[in-house]
Every structure is written in structure tokens, then in C-alpha cells.
Ligand binder design. Structure first.
Ligand code: PNS
Length: 155
């Protein structure tokens, strides 16, 4: 059985995240989605709220957890075999490849990259937050439940 770990900030989860997680579900036997809990980084949604949103989106198709500290330590705790990350752009590539090399250096953890579907390649959580804060439409960029949560948070 192969377990994939899909980590991220998910502040908030976007359609790009959903696409990569759904493809991980199709590809691996077990999928754990991990929300990083970084108290030094200001977030729009609490870690608990982000975990709850992901649980609502995927039901029992995945396990959702949160972690502090090193990703590779959490991967060991949940028995993950590979980390799965989405790649949108060249900028993502440079950062993500460095992280994957560090993670392999630390514990031998492998990373599998999935190219984001082209229709989602311009979406990031930070852009979604910015557009929503400035009153723009985020319809079609995030799941409906996330859109509602954003509207309520920013009202
Ligand atoms: O959604 P993001 O912000 O791209 O997710 C980045 C994340 C959470 C995967 C990355 O920051 C991470 O792994 N943080 C945990 C700390 C860690 O292990 N740092 C060393 C990585 S090489």
C-alpha cells in the first residue's frame, strides 16, 4: 500500500489544490492531506478551520491532519511513502525542487510532482485572498464552500 502526503498552507484551499488531491486519490492507495501549522505566519483561516474545510471537501476519501516542524517528521508519523506537490510555473519548479531535494537529503523522502491543470495554473491562495479582500469575484477559483467561508470572513 502506498501512502501519499499532500502538504500545504491551504489558506484557503483552491480548485488547484482540489485537482492535485483528487488526482493523488486516483493514483495512490491512501492520501493524507497535511495543513502546516506555522504560528509565525499570519493566516486568514486558523489551522483548525483549514483542516475542517478540507475534511468537508473530501470526506472519507482522505485523512486530514496538521503539523508543526519538519514535513519529513510528520511524513514519518503518518507512514507516508511519498510527498505529492502540484507544479504551476517555473517559479514553483525552482522552489519545489529545492524543497524536495532537502527532504530527500533529510530522510530519503521522495516527492512526486503533478503538473497543475492549465486552467488552474494562475491560481494561488494568496491571489485568491487578495482578490476577495479587494471585492473581486473568486467564483470558479475555489470550491463553493470555500467561497462562502471567504465571503463570511471578509464581510
Ligand atoms: O502551500 P505551501 O505554502 O506551498 O506549502 C509549503 C509547505 C507547507 C509544504 C512547506 O513550507 C513545508 O514543508 N513546511 C514545513 C517545514 C519544513 O519541513 N521545512 C523544510 C522543507 S525543505
Amino acid at each position: 500500500m502506498t501512502t501519499a502526503l499532500c502538504p500545504g498552507s491551504f489558506d484557503p484551499p483552491t480548485n488547484g489544490h482540489v485537482d492535485v488531491i483528487e488526482r493523488a486519490i486516483q493514483t495512490f492507495d491512501r492520501v493524507v492531506v497535511a495543513v502546516v501549522d506555522n504560528p509565525s505566519k499570519e493566516s486568514l483561516f486558523t489551522t483548525g478551520e483549514r483542516v475542517a474545510m478540507l475534511e468537508e471537501l473530501f470526506g472519507d476519501e482522505v485523512e486530514v491532519g496538521s503539523f508543526t516542524g519538519l514535513l519529513v517528521d510528520y511524513a514519518g508519523e503518518v507512514g507516508a511513502d511519498v510527498v505529492v506537490k502540484g507544479l504551476r510555473t517555473v517559479d514553483d519548479y525552482e522552489y519545489e525542487v529545492q524543497m524536495s531535494q532537502m527532504n530527500r537529503h533529510l530522510t530519503g523522502m521522495e516527492t512526486v510532482f503533478m503538473a497543475t491543470r492549465s486552467e488552474w495554473s494562475f491560481i494561488s491562495s494568496s491571489l485568491v485572498r487578495e482578490v476577495a479582500k479587494l471585492g473581486g469575484s473568486i467564483g470558479g477559483l475555489v470550491p463553493g464552500a470555500v467561497e462562502k467561508a471567504l465571503q463570511e470572513r471578509l464581510a
